[in-house]
Design a protein around this ligand. Structure first.
Ligand code: BGC
Length: 441
């Protein structure tokens, strides 16, 4: 049986990722809370993992004991700016305490400025539907960066603008629940404008900052490879989901299947590319799905599925994603800002982690500039429209007691972080079923 360790470059960031609304709890002043109260989600966020009540401390302790040298969190706009002309200095102080907490535990902070939630007053003003959002977001960003820059220089302006815009305005799973692809594209263009403004604002305040956004990248294949219709649908959906922001940032023109939008100020506004990778979609033609341009997205049959079939474990797609990123932006640093799987009993997570880290290691061996990996997520959290039906945490969460439940993946990921690599012993111990795939004889 082969014995080896797949090591990563010195200084590689090993972390976990979280988002304010999903872990903080009692986050009542944003559009998601309202959407939950209106009955659109599978349960409500409630107290979540109670970070706002202070439990971030114990979870950061767990992360640090788990060998993490980094952690990605997000800040909540609706707490920091509860009203258009009101800043909540106490809320800002809480975030400063969290970031100090990371520093004291030896972890590099990565901070996301927008992760799906908007203050209610922003929603009332039309949120991302008009360009009026750009100065609003910029003002918020300036305030936050000025207050937190002592502790942070790694910023994510907007998490998954593609998911945020398309889920809110095309398939309607997110608030405001609209089905209008053209509007989705306009929203995404405004996100690109706001990203560009934030990029510049951050650099003005903190010249040494590293600023990017997190792209949810979905590799896609046609369901029937020989079918021109499925291939066409795959291409339309691929362009629509994946390429709007990347083309906007490469060229200043955001390209989409329903038209191009010039955002010249966006050109070149990234210091690294943040990648959120989960799975590979199988696309076919679906006459009934007008709201998603007649495309249907599923998974390969007989794939290795997560608990709710929400994610198919397709690690090769992770390598392809990184390869795409390197080809699209040669020499630009890449940070894996999210990667993970939902699984309450942890039967699939260890192999998902092992196989994905193996693929990332393959990519590192081409000398591609991958600088870090943030697992989604540290602890079970509120999964948006899916509520608590999906458990993405390394640590489980008992919602009634707030007790953390240690899953086997905790020790596995800790061994990876501490070794700065993945060894054959680890794979043998935590997921022997994929040993031959990762360490072939
Ligand atoms: C989002 C996270 C979410 C995760 C798993 C990503 O698209 O950024 O907020 O929890 O997927 O569903």
């Amino acid at each position: 049986m082969p014995q080896a360790t797949y090591h990563f470059p010195r200084g590689f960031l090993w972390g976990a990722a979280t988002a304010s609304h999903q872990v903080e709890g009692s986050n009542t002043n944003n559009q998601w809370w309202k959407w939950e109260q209106d009955g659109h989600t599978n349960g409500t966020s409630g107290l979540a993992a109670d970070w706002w009540g202070g439990r971030w401390r114990e979870d950061f302790d767990r992360a640090a004991e788990g060998g993490q040298n980094a952690q990605r969190i997000s800040v909540e706009w609706s707490r920091i700016q509860p009203e258009p002309d009101k800043w909540d200095e106490e809320a800002i102080e809480k975030y400063r305490a969290m970031l100090r907490g990371l520093r004291e535990r030896g972890m590099t902070a990565m901070v996301t400025l927008h992760h799906f939630t908007d203050p209610l007053w922003v929603t009332e003003q039309g949120a991302w539907e008009t360009e009026a959002i750009v100065p609003l977001f910029k003002r918020f960003v300036r305030k936050v960066v000025d207050a937190l820059k002592e502790y942070v220089n790694l910023w994510v302006t907007i998490n998954e603008p593609n998911v945020c815009a398309l889920s809110g305005y095309a398939n309607g799973a997110f608030p405001p629940g609209i089905n209008d692809i053209k509007q989705a594209v306009k929203v995404e263009a405004n996100m690109l404008r706001a990203h560009a403004a934030a990029y510049r604002a951050i650099h003005e305040l903190q010249p040494e900052a590293r600023v990017g956004y997190a792209l949810h990248y979905r590799p896609m294949v046609p369901k029937l490879k020989w079918s021109p219709l499925d291939r066409l649908m795959r291409n339309i959906r691929y362009e629509g989901v994946n390429m709007a922001f990347p083309t906007g940032i490469s060229t200043g023109i955001m390209k989409t299947p329903v038209g191009n939008i010039a955002v010249p100020e966006a050109k070149g506004t990234q210091d690294y590319l943040g990648i959120n990778y989960y799975s590979v979609d199988t696309i076919s033609f679906h006459i009934g799905n007008q709201k998603e341009l007649f495309t249907y997205s599923g998974f390969a049959e007989n794939a290795d599925f997560s608990d709710n079939n929400f994610i198919a474990n397709i690690p090769e797609g992770f390598f392809d994603t990184i390869k795409w990123a390197v080809r699209t932006y040669p020499n630009l640093p890449i940070i894996v800002t999210e990667n993970g799987i939902e699984c309450a009993d942890d039967h699939i997570r260890p192999r998902y982690i092992a196989q994905h880290i193996h693929q990332m290691w393959r990519a590192v061996n081409f000398n591609w500039p991958i600088k870090g990996y943030f697992h989604w997520s540290l602890v079970d959290n509120f999964e948006w429209e899916r509520g608590w039906t999906q458990r993405f945490g390394l640590w489980g969460l008992d919602l009634d007691t707030q007790k953390r439940i240690k899953r086997p993946s905790v020790d596995f990921y800790a061994e990876i972080c501490k070794e700065n690599g993945l060894s054959s012993e680890m794979v043998q111990k935590y997921c022997p079923e994929v040993f031959d795939k990762i360490f072939p004889s």
